[in-house]
Design a protein around this ligand. Structure first.
Ligand SMILES: C[S@@+](CC[C@H](N)C(=O)[O-])C[C@H]1O[C@@H](n2cnc3c(N)ncnc32)[C@H](O)[C@@H]1O
Length: 269
């Protein structure tokens, strides 16, 4: 979806965000996986003070209320999503919806459980970094981890007359999401892991010399307590990210960006 008319910059950014969220809620596997995660951890919700950072249209905060949270602070920065969430959540007396940037929100009481869905296609390229900078500490974070995993295959397997080896070589050093609509592509090895409370390595190198294949791809795994909740391809909200293999060692770095970390990628050898 593209906005076709000229709008003031602020209005464009807000509406663009709003439209981006349509695809999130098209992904029933993602929604189901997160609601299930909350049900599986109901003992950390019932009777507890909970926060959802980035509540979107309020589905997860509604679930927190239904699971018997004593209080839910639902924080959303986008004014349109905030208004939609307001309609959904106003019937729950124990839910307080706050229009704020998660980075500025300081809960007025100790928080037991923090819920979020801040995962980028490349794990740390959206709002996950906010969790590492919170001035307050919840006892439990749902979900508490994630992985950027990867694999290699031969582009010839796709038998695509246009996006073939010649085409991909032009994209050397470029990471492209959603280039192929593959759903069942194995993620063979981990590149980097996020675990709430542990330092996240902002720069890492990976040696892939033991793997065969001329096409390198990355895929997100959402994890909790070491167990997979959702992954790229299965939850369509996250697509695989593809690039031509131009070496045996690559480096990925997350550097600070205007809204979220930007990704640097290069082949070292
Ligand atoms: C991927 S959506 C998840 C929505 C909801 N948690 C869910 O899982 O259905 C991320 C949400 O976080 C919001 N968001 C992003 N950055 C934020 C920030 N800095 N402060 C508050 N909300 C933010 C977005 O507007 C969006 O609604």
């Amino acid at each position: 979806m593209d906005i076709m008319n000229l709008l003031p910059e602020d209005r464009f950014a807000q509406v663009d965000d709003l439209l981006a969220f349509i695809s999130i809620y098209d992904d029933d596997n993602r929604t189901h996986a997160f609601l299930q995660l909350l049900e599986d951890n109901a003992e950390d919700i019932r009777g507890k003070v909970c926060v959802e950072l980035g509540t979107g249209i309020g589905l997860l905060s509604e679930k927190l209320a239904q699971l018997g949270a004593r209080k839910v602070y639902a924080v959303e920065v986008n004014p349109f999503l905030f208004q939609i969430a307001q309609k959904r959540l106003s019937r729950y007396k124990n839910v307080e919806l706050i229009q704020a940037d998660a980075r500025d929100f300081v809960p007025p009481e100790p928080v037991h459980t923090l819920v979020h869905e801040f995962y980028g296609q490349l794990l740390y390229d959206e709002e996950l970094y906010i969790l590492d900078q919170l001035p307050w500490k919840p006892a439990v974070v749902l979900p508490d981890g994630g992985k950027l995993a990867a694999g290699l295959m031969d582009i010839e397997e796709f038998d695509d007359p246009v996006v073939n080896a010649d085409f991909m070589q032009q994209l050397s050093g470029v990471l492209v999401s959603g280039l192929f609509d593959e759903e069942d592509v194995p993620l063979d090895f981990d590149v980097v892991e996020f675990r709430y409370g542990k330092p996240f390595p902002l720069k890492m190198r990976k040696d892939i010399s033991v793997y065969q294949g001329n096409l390198l791809y990355f895929g997100l795994k959402v994890m909790h307590q070491g167990k997979e909740i959702c992954q790229a391809g299965i939850c369509s909200n996250w697509s695989y990210v593809w690039t031509w293999r131009a070496g045996n060692i690559f480096e990925i770095e997350f550097v600070s960006g205007a809204r979220a970390p930007e990704v640097l990628f290069q082949w070292i050898d």
